[in-house]
Ligand binder design. Structure first.
Ligand SMILES: Nc1ncnc2c1ncn2[C@@H]1O[C@H](COP(=O)(O)OP(=O)(O)OP(=O)(O)O)[C@@H](O)[C@H]1O
Ligand code: SF4
Ligand SMILES: [Mg+2]
Length: 522
């Protein structure tokens, strides 16, 4: 690890001599292109790290911290409205930012692979899984026998060889976990040198998640692939990553060996993230971090974390602190008080017990004998539960146990269900069209995409309110503190907010138009 000045590194120099890193990122900067009188601002900047063959670097941070922007830049790609301003991305000795469009195209999938969060968006719904896997293998070898052998090997590697008829299935006929494994098989098909995984296990149940994580780990180690693994879930990162980089407002705030960062966090922001992890054994109110991260172009003059920092001192207002070395193992943090903060360790934080409010008179939601079918197949039987007012009932279960079907019944999107559901004491109609406005006030679990050509504010207005006046009124009524209701956000195109901001901007509708992809260079 190195922690020299503003450079941070994951596992460079390990006592056996400096290894040739599989991935080296040096001073990477991605800018938002100027528009409508706004000057260019950086979305991520001063990003430097290294990943050795066979290693996994976990990349964590709040929504909007620039993780996906960084991940896509590793493929030489940026989203519309962004451009790579500076820096180097060196994969096995080659700076990929110096390559032409066609050279980059050739590289992607072969030497650098990407696994997105939502496997269904990466798979073509109209093609069978076998066709899609064989397409990827076209660039693996010209020899048909070698391709067939590799196909068999790939299925075994990701644990799909025992799934009957997998190659003849369409993606929608597979579970989320199986789709994700197909995505992994495609990503590892050509034995890439670098794999970038953007929250690949979000939305999977814990058992499936564990299997997918083990698969990723095994494949990285067997083929000496360097991996960058993005996740909000610190527990997952602790399990899979050798090193961790914590991003805050487009900068690496802390980096180091995973165990060290999680046990002796040196940045107050990392401490805050760790404090917000739920515990199964000790139910308590999660302590969130106060305030919101500043948006690009709206950052404070000193340390970006200063307005939210419980350790702030007057010097913190003087400028961006450099990365300060905390230990010889490469642990460093962008904080003036890093050594002191690390010395505190991860002390047991004070636990706040959830206050018990007055009992509500009756249940807010009352589900009685609910059953649901898909054709002849019954997937839910005799489901009974009640949700009192001001309380949250969690529905958990393995992939395929019927959670989504239950949710679809409750929100009126599943046509064939029986039993009774009462909302605030009144029966809930089966179909969404027959429900009152009051009953329609819910949010989708599985998010339909917002339209990329619409402004976020426009997407938020209820669909039926088409008149501009009514729409403005609807947006004005939204709470101001959700990170989208802030001034200016309603005017942003829907592709601009970070992924974590998007579900809050949604209302149910069915428009589907993926955002355009652009190459990164200016
Ligand atoms: N195409 C774009 N044009 C302008 N700004 C953008 C664009 N894409 C993202 N941004 C901004 O860049 C910042 C970082 O976004 P990014 O998607 O990289 O965050 P993230 O860490 O991946 O968030 P999440 O965890 O929600 O996925 C956000 O402030 C976002 O609004
Ligand atoms: S430099 Fe100051 S404000 Fe920034 S994280 Fe450290 S203590 Fe907090
Ligand atoms: Mg993201």
């Amino acid at each position: 690890m190195t922690g020299n000045g503003d450079k941070c590194g994951a596992a460079a120099g390990n006592g056996d001599g400096e290894l040739q890193a599989r991935l080296m990122v040096e001073n990477l900067q991605v800018l938002r292109t100027p528009s409508r009188g706004h000057k260019a601002v950086d979305v991520v900047d001063e990003i430097s790290f290294r990943v050795q063959p066979g290693e996994v670097l976990g990349l964590v941070g709040e929504s909007g911290s620039g993780k996906t922007t960084m991940a896509l830049a590793l493929l030489g790609h940026v989203r519309r409205g962004l451009v790579i301003g500076d820096g180097k991305i060196i994969v096995d000795g080659q700076d990929i930012l110096g390559l032409s469009h066609s050279e980059l195209q050739h590289l992607r999938g072969r030497r650098i692979a990407y696994v997105p969060q939502d496997p269904s968006s990466a798979l073509n719904p109209t093609l069978k899984v076998g066709t899609q896997l064989r397409e990827v293998l076209d660039s693996y070898s010209n020899d048909q026998k070698a391709r067939d052998d590799r196909l068999t090997e790939m299925l075994a590697e990701v644990g799909l060889s025992t799934v009957p008829g997998i190659l003849d299935s369409y993606p929608h006929q597979l579970s989320g976990g199986q789709q994700q494994r197909v995505g992994l098989a495609m990503a590892f098909a050509c034995r890439p040198q670098l794999i970038v995984l953007d929250e690949p296990t979000t939305g999977l149940d814990v058992t499936t998640q564990r299997r997918v994580l083990e698969t990723i780990r095994d494949l990285c180690q067997s083929y000496r692939v360097a991996a960058v693994y993005i996740s909000h879930d610190l527990a997952v990162v602790a399990e899979i990553a050798d090193h961790v980089a914590v991003m805050y407002v487009g900068r690496v705030g802390e980096v180091g060996p995973a165990r060290e960062v999680f046990t002796t966090p040196a940045h107050p922001y990392t401490r805050g993230l760790l404090r917000a992890i739920p515990s199964l054994t000790d139910a308590h109110v999660l302590v969130g971090m106060a305030g919101q991260p500043p948006r690009p172009g709206n950052r404070p003059p000193g340390c970006f974390f200063q307005p939210r920092c419980e350790f702030a001192i007057p010097d913190c207002e003087q400028g961006q602190p450099p990365l300060v070395k905390v230990s010889e193992s490469g642990h460093s943090a962008r904080c003036l008080r890093a050594v002191e903060v690390a010395g505190l360790g991860r002390a047991a934080e004070e636990r706040v017990t959830r206050p018990t409010g007055p009992e509500a008179a009756g249940p807010m939601l009352d589900v009685r004998n609910l059953s649901a079918t898909y054709g002849p197949k019954t997937v839910l039987r005799d489901v009974n539960f009640a949700v009192p007012g001001r309380q949250c009932v969690a529905v958990v279960g393995m992939s395929g146990s019927g959670k989504t079907t239950l949710a679809r019944c409750l929100v009126g999107l599943h046509p064939t269900w029986g039993g009774d559901v009462f909302f605030a004491g009144k029966p809930l109609a089966r179909g969404i069209r027959r429900r009152s406005d009051e009953q329609l006030r819910h949010v989708h679990r599985r998010k339909p995409p917002v339209l990329p050509r619409q402004c976020a504010g426009r997407c938020r207005a209820p669909l039926l309110l088409t008149a501009a006046r009514l729409r403005r009124q609807a947006v004005a009524r939204l709470p101001p503190d959700d990170g989208i209701g802030r001034p200016g956000r309603g005017d942003e195109r829907a592709h601009v907010p970070a992924r974590g901001h998007r579900p809050r901007a949604r209302r149910p509708h069915t428009g589907q138009a993926p955002p355009a992809r652009h190459d990164a260079r200016r």
